[in-house]
Design a binder for this molecule. Sequence first.
Ligand code: ZN
Length: 125
Amino acid sequence: MNCPCCSGKAYEDCCRPYHTGEKNAPTAEALMRSRFSAFAIPNGDYLMETTFPSKRKYHNRKDLQEWGEINIWTKLEIVDKPNANKVEFKAFYTDEDGAQQIHHELSAFKTVQNRWFYVSGIFLE
Ligand SMILES: [Zn+2]
């Protein structure tokens, strides 16, 4: 299966090793991609685990899992990487009413003990 993150690689050679914990995502972009794939799969546990610990209280596993399940995740586009800790992206998906949606976000990431975490995001038009 092609990786949902649109890298052009097989899932096994792309985001899967991050989802299984076999490897840690080496960059903010790799983590971002693996989180998009985790919505597509979906894998709510991975989405929680890769959220910065102090920010987890603003999210919950069940909502993340459901958000992944109810939408069809069609495409990820990396728009910009303004610095090593930030990724701007567009996530394309079809919502439960069959409408095409684009989630455009500038996300911030941080490392703790060589592991990347998602901290927060600003939604863009
Ligand atoms: Zn991938």
